[in-house]
Design a protein around this ligand. Structure first.
Ligand SMILES: Nc1ncnc2c1ncn2[C@@H]1O[C@H](COP(=O)(O)OP(=O)(O)OP(=O)(O)O)[C@@H](O)[C@H]1O
Ligand SMILES: [Mg+2]
Length: 252
């Protein structure tokens, strides 16, 4: 399989005055096309920083990040922004929506920025995504008039509107109750099965249990990697137990 993201010896140092903190300390990571990778680790161990580094959301101090064959640090900011918007998708704990736009227009936002696109076709695609994610009928709702789970689904629709090759998700179920979290995870598994690679940060072993591979971070390093078989439903408990056992073993 071809790599979609290759990070080599990533170092990230934050500087403020004379103080400096190295939060990624020579991380190597490779995500292949269509792979589902979960990242777990204690608070402050560098998970979000790694996600930002691998997606080109933030620059790195040393090392290299490639999207396919393209070195991200070599790109001009507007080219990088276009690449992120058209070929990557992002989901965060709570989606940031524009409050003056309804749900449908928020979902369309990354696509209409391309200008020349056929808006009728795009709206149809957005509506289709809303059906798939179970929020059909909420198109005209204000972003303040829906539940947290519904808003997160809208965030997923927005992340998928440009058909990304990889989805970056930072604790996408962190703000949800367990039922809504289960449903969002089922959705992410389906998205992955349709071919989109996923890098997902989570504190929840049951969430990570759906991934093909789980990476464990501690103090800016990847200290362990657990490969699971592709998830096909059913054996979630056993997979979660494997994740928990590895967490205990590497003490993250
Ligand atoms: N802009 C910044 N300036 C300085 N330090 C930062 C900055 N952003 C993050 N850090 C520090 O980098 C370290 C890693 O942060 P990061 O957000 O990647 O952790 P995390 O593993 O995602 O934690 P959590 O599970 O709490 O989200 C932390 O010690 C944090 O305080
Ligand atoms: Mg984080």
């Amino acid at each position: 399989m071809r790599s979609i993201i290759t990070g080599t010896h990533i170092v990230k140092t934050y500087r403020k005055g004379i103080e400096q903190a190295t939060v990624l300390n020579g991380v190597d990571v490779d995500i292949t096309e269509g792979e589902f990778v979960a990242v777990m680790g204690p608070s402050g161990s560098g998970k979000t920083t790694l996600l930002f580094a691998l997606s080109g959301m933030d620059d790195i101090t040393e090392g290299s990040v490639k999207f396919g064959d393209t070195e991200l640090s070599g790109l001009r900011e507007n080219i990088l922004a276009d690449l992120r918007r058209t070929r990557m998708g992002f989901i965060f704990q709570s989606p940031t929506m524009l409050r003056n736009l309804n749900l449908l227009d928020n979902i369309l936002l990354p696509a209409v920025q391309d200008g020349m696109r056929n808006t009728a076709e795009l709206a149809q695609k957005a509506r289709h995504l809303m059906i798939q994610t179970g929020i059909a009928g909420l198109e005209n709702r204000d972003t303040t008039e829906v539940s947290g789970g519904q808003l997160q689904r809208a965030g997923i629709c927005r992340a998928l509107i440009n058909t990304p090759e990889i989805l970056f998700a930072d604790e996408p179920t962190g703000a949800l109750n367990s039922k809504a979290a289960e449903e969002i995870m089922e959705l992410l598994v389906a998205i992955n099965q349709a071919g989109t690679a996923i890098m997902l940060v989570t504190h929840d072993a049951k969430v990570a249990a759906r991934a093909d591979r789980v990476l464990f971070t501690r103090d800016g390093h990847i200290v362990s990697s657990l490969t699971l078989a592709k998830f096909s439903g059913g054996d979630l408990q056993a997979r979660g137990d494997k994740v928990l056992a590895r967490m205990a073993h590497v003490a993250v």
